[in-house]
Design a protein around this ligand. Structure first.
Ligand code: IMP
Length: 434
């Protein structure tokens, strides 16, 4: 009875939403463990497109439970809007969603504070999603944050809210980023939100641990990707949460001893949205071709994604951090038309080969990728459902990625639909899913 983590092995947008939705069939509960409505997990079911930002992708399967863990930052307005959209498509969200009483509450003032780091002259702009995610986590770590449990107790919430907002207004005025906020109205709104979410709130750590003890299976759904992890990513060009496998435990309260496997999701190439180093970025026509064929535009912000070639050293690094048992490679079909496909197999920094991921952004910016060029397959892989159907050059490409990363490729996604997926028989992934 395996409980597994599925997470991004690159800079996010690897296609985790589809994979979590697909594999959630074999699990009882899908639990998100970090991030907030900065995530955008796109899932296609038939002719319907769903973009999930806060709610775990498992919600799309009738009868499955979805959990928003303590590691998230929650904008109740965004959550309620998402619930409404999903329920208008006929899904029972309220009956199947549990929200941690220890998750942190995100306020409009957090978005205002984001302008301090993003727009003030002299600051490094990260190119965030502007959702207030970082400032909300700042309050959490500074121990002045407001949790869902506080929100549900008016007598606790009011003084906390007033104190926090007083601070925000003072900082915003000092730094010239103040925008008129009607704080009384916001407080009333949040008190009203509290009543609407109250029936879904509980101690989700208890719920998950009890479920596991009774033999239920949990799938932990990561948001963003390992290279955006606050500790292990390309700091400071990262998000403010623990997107890597370790975050699944701290972000849900399920101990590592109850988690049996980690599955990484990777595109057949790589993308990044926002600022920061990106060694294999293809600034030429190839990058544009990938963007066009892969429709590489942000699900949350609509920003064009930066596109580039598969980066094996980066994947070796994220495999080490996460301990991947298996990889799911998505969007293979995007490479169908290329005559030749580059794969980065190593890094050079100032002319010297380096084995480690440079901790300094300045060094990471200078990294020169060492490429190997593989022949393209020049035929359609879109929608294929068995490994044997893949053209020989595509299989060689995947075998090359396996040899370079040291991780098996247990599954290949060949299109956005659930059934446009290959799960390789005899793989570790297949065993974890059993
Ligand atoms: P934040 O999470 O809004 O603070 O943004 C920090 C960085 O993470 C920026 O580079 C964002 O573009 C990136 N980011 C945040 N969420 C996602 C995501 O779901 N996919 C890809 N990049 C993301």
């Amino acid at each position: 009875m395996s409980n597994i983590i599925i997470l991004g092995s690159q800079w996010g947008d690897e296609g985790k939403g589809k994979i979590v939705d697909l594999f959630s069939e074999r699990f009882d509960i899908v639990a998100r463990y970090q991030g907030g409505h900065n995530a955008g997990h796109t899932v296609f079911i038939g002719d319907k497109k769903f973009v999930l930002k806060l709610i775990p992708s498992g919600i799309l399967r009738p009868g499955k439970k979805a959990v928003i863990g303590n590691g998230l930052v929650l904008d109740p307005a965004a959550l309620l809007a998402e619930i409404e959209t999903l329920e208008s498509s006929g899904l029972d969200v309220k009956g199947n969603l549990a929200i941690s009483n220890r998750a942190h509450v995100l306020f409009p003032a957090h978005r205002m504070m984001e302008r301090l780091s993003e727009a003030r002259p002299g600051r490094i702009s990260i190119g965030t999603t502007s959702r207030g995610i970082g400032p909300c986590y700042e309050d959490k770590i500074a121990r002045r944050g407001i949790r869902i449990a506080d929100l549900l107790h008016r007598e606790v919430f009011r003084p906390l809210f007033d104190g926090l907002m007083e601070e925000k207004v003072a900082i915003a005025k000092t730094f010239g980023i103040y925008e008129e906020l009607d704080l009384t109205r916001t407080r009333d709104e949040y008190e009203a939100f509290a009543e609407r979410i109250r029936p879904m709130v509980c101690d989700t750590a208890l719920l998950l641990n009890q479920a596991i003890r009774s033999g239920k299976r949990v799938l932990f759904e990561g948001a963003q990707g390992t290279m955006l992890d606050i500790d292990h990513g390309t700091y400071p060009f990262v998000t403010s949460s623990s997107a890597s496998a370790g975050g699944a435990s701290t972000g849900t309260g399920v101990p590592p001893t109850r988690i049996d496997g980690v599955v990484g999701v990777s595109k057949a190439y790589i993308t990044r949205v926002g600022g920061g180093p990106f060694p294999t970025e293809a600034r030429d026509g190839a990058g544009e071709q990938i963007r066009r064929r892969g429709n590489e535009f942000g699900a949350v912000t609509g920003r064009p994604r930066r596109c580039g070639w598969f980066d094996a050293p980066l994947l070796r690094y994220t495999a080490t951090i996460n301990g991947f048992d298996s990889l799911v490679v998505t969007k293979l079909d995007v490479l169908d038309e290329f005559d030749a496909i580059q794969v980065c197999v190593g890094y050079r920094c100032s002319g010297t080969e380096i084995a480690e991921m440079p901790p300094l952004v300045a060094d990471m910016e200078k990294v020169e990728p060492v490429y190997e060029c593989l022949p393209g397959w020049k035929s359609a892989t879109f929608g294929l459902t068995s490994y044997e159907q893949l053209p020989a050059a595509a299989r060689d490409y995947l075998a090359f990625l396996e040899s370079q990363t040291g991780v098996e490729i247990g599954s290949i996604s060949t299109g956005p639909e659930r059934n446009q997926t290959i799960v390789r028989s005899g793989s570790r992934l297949e065993k974890l899913l059993q």
